[in-house]
Design a protein around this ligand. Sequence first.
Ligand SMILES: N[C@@H](CCC(=O)N[C@@H](CS)C(=O)NCC(=O)O)C(=O)O
Length: 276
Amino acid sequence: MGLISILLTCLSVCGVGAYLYYYLAKKRRRREWAACGRVVVHCPPPGALTPCVSPFAVKLMTYLRMAGIPYQLDHTEPLWETWLTPWITLEGGEELGDSGVVVARLQRRGGAAHPSSGLSASRSAVARAMMVMVEDHLTWCLRVWRIKVDAGRNLFEGATSPPSWYVRLGLPLYVWLRSRTLNQQGIGRLPHAIVQRAVWEDLNALSGYLGDKLYLMGQDMMEVDCTVFAQMVNILNNYQRSPYATMLRDEFPNLVQYVDRIKGKIWPDWDDCLAH
Ligand SMILES: N[C@@H](CCC(=O)N[C@@H](CS)C(=O)NCC(=O)O)C(=O)O
């Protein structure tokens, strides 16, 4: 057997071995998650400023806490098959991705007892519109600042240790890929002044609707509050150098008080959930 054949055989054996190891570890993790008797939330590890750098994961955890559903966290597989985070494993092993889909599934399971039941059709429509506004418009505007204006530097601000050399090296590629996504979405092609104005309009709409109520829909906290809280707390903590944290603090104090209210109610252990 020539040297090349020996090398190829070794490479194939190592490849098959690595694949088998990965496959078996993945299966074992799934067995453990299905058997743990809780909802498992798969997401990136805690940041130094928020319990997770993904506001969608913070929304999901806030919802689970509000609904009194026990959960545990997993950071070994933060991305689902969609390459998005968060996703969950339900007790029994069912996997679901997308925070909105997950909440809808949990609500169906909870029946009439779920925390957003009882809204009239028109109030439910308003709640839905606000959720779509913050998750499918406001977040894109924020990403324009993060990626196009700040060139991704702000991504490291929630980390507890400085990024490694290879993460720094990969940053320009990540920024380039994300900029393409922003351009494809459309919002990335607009001048930043227009994007800033759009953020102001969104925050103004939320602040106006909240007024001096405790929660967006009145006295009771609901799914929409988890969604809006997560995005606002993200701006206040993970976007501190952006114009938007200042905008929120200076122009929309009722939203800042709302964030503090929900933090106090749902996250009394907020500081313990941060990376130290
Ligand atoms: N609609 C999804 C959005 C999830 C999402 O955009 N997650 C971001 C992190 S905050 C992500 O996974 N980004 C990875 C990527 O875009 O490649 C949800 O509600 O879960």
